[in-house]
Design a binder for this molecule. Sequence first.
Ligand code: SIN
Ligand code: MN
Length: 262
Amino acid sequence: MKLTEEQVAEFNEQGFVFVPELYSRAEVDVLMAEVAPLFAEERRENVREKRGGVVRTNFAAHTYNDAYRRLSRHPRLIEPAMQLLDGPVYIHQFKINGKAAFNGDVWQWHQDYGTWANDDLMPEPRAMNLAIFLSEVTEFNAPLLFIPGSHKGGRIDAGHDVTTTSYPLWTIDDETIAGLIAENGMYAAKGAPGSGLFFHCNLVHGSGSNMSPWDRVIAYISVCHVDNHIRRFKRPEWIAHRDFTPIECLPDDCLLAPAGTE
Ligand code: SIN
Ligand code: MN
């Protein structure tokens, strides 16, 4: 799948592009059916919230779950990424964020490239996120918040927050955020299950805590141009991957095809 010229222009201008109905209900059902069993596993890849013991983020499911392995090679994600990053890509990080009803905690304001540069020595911001909504995202269950156009200023100084949540993050101070919002406003990414959201690794984003009775489940595939692979292997392999092989796409119907289909 290729993005239109308008979608590419929107990505370049806003730092993101929202694609409704990227996946069908049947495809979302395949992915969603795996979430509860994955989250129920006692494994290091399940990072839990500070409160409630619920899963905040499940990492690297594409390396041990067949449905997510297929998603990680899906042409509706990988082809647009290759188009936007201008060449072959590998998977830098793969996560399913649970943002559980009542207990899903905040993601402080940050740029992903801040963490990827500081921790992983990724040379350039030639990387991006591919998000797939697995549940409905509304104003109530803590949608992802963007500051449109904030990717254009490049990397912003960040501090390493290891206390606020259960997951350490390079975060941006309130004054800088207030200035950026005064200039650009905010956008809340809401939509039905199956919606796609592609965003630049320097786009400033975050999300609040989920006070609603509805889980907000989103899968994120972070891809990087193969020439721009990380240079430092400080974080665990299941958080910052070291397989820089270019992704080869599977057929478009691979999520609904019988198990074992390559
Ligand atoms: C992230 O920034 O990586 C996740 C934010 C969210 O899922 O709300
Ligand atoms: Mn992020």
